[in-house]
Design a binder for this molecule. Sequence first.
Ligand code: NAD
Length: 262
Amino acid sequence: MNLEGKVAVVTGGAMGNGKGIVEVLTKYQAEVIILDKAKELMDTVSDLTSKGFKVTGYQVDISNKESIIAAFDEIRKKYSKIDILVNNAGICKLESFDTMSDELRDLHFNINIKGTWDVTKIFLPMLRASKKASIINLSSVTGELVADPGEVAYATTKAALIGFTKALAREEVENGIRVNAILPGYIETPMVKGMAKESNASNPDSVIKGIADAIPMHRLGTITELGELAAFLASDLSSYITGSSIVIDGGSTLPETVSMGV
Ligand code: NAD
């Protein structure tokens, strides 16, 4: 795979899945711009630049439209086009539907749906300028295929991104833009470690072990495995794939029962 000459924007690239995506895109020679609100952003940027990769970072909260526009205005002074947009930034806070506040619901909607929408819309002219761009949306198996208790807000937003992916793919095909979604199962990231703590504060490791035990591959995925799938969808190797949702879950959504079988 070769992404030389391609410029990528990755939201939420400071940590977790986004960091894995940035590392793999740069490994294949893409130039990467990270938009993230975390203080870890500059550590990730300096770590990768010290290894010789072309990475820059902008402090952006994707739920704040002005902050996206401010970064966009800087980026368009330096680049004439963007070839790859990975809408990865997202949050998941576990809370039952009956006790969830409107504020927590809106936090999920504002980052996971509206943030993804706004970043895509603001960068669309630069993606069209590529003539051969790829947008990759981080959805989830949660919402489209499965759900655990406490995930109503999260599942709602991640399922929404499937509709967003398909409808945008249909419209932007005329402009040479492909749009696809990745549906990960459990990948070992700070988000999953945080969810394990929310589930069992005194023994979060038992939650991670329980997840691994229930997955046919008996382990969580790595951010590098996820990054490789994103790089494939970003590359010309996937030139005939658009509007698709691709599951990467170690088989976690395969079992139909826990008792049937030989
Ligand atoms: P994470 O919490 O470990 O990392 C998320 C990154 O996004 C962080 O760097 C964070 O600072 C950034 N971010 C969060 N809100 C932001 C905002 N408003 N503006 C800018 N940056 C923001 O999460 P993760 O597990 O790496 O998840 C990344 C994406 O993958 C999410 O969209 C998530 O829904 C999706 N996903 C993760 C898993 C998993 O098992 N880890 C499974 C399915 C889907």
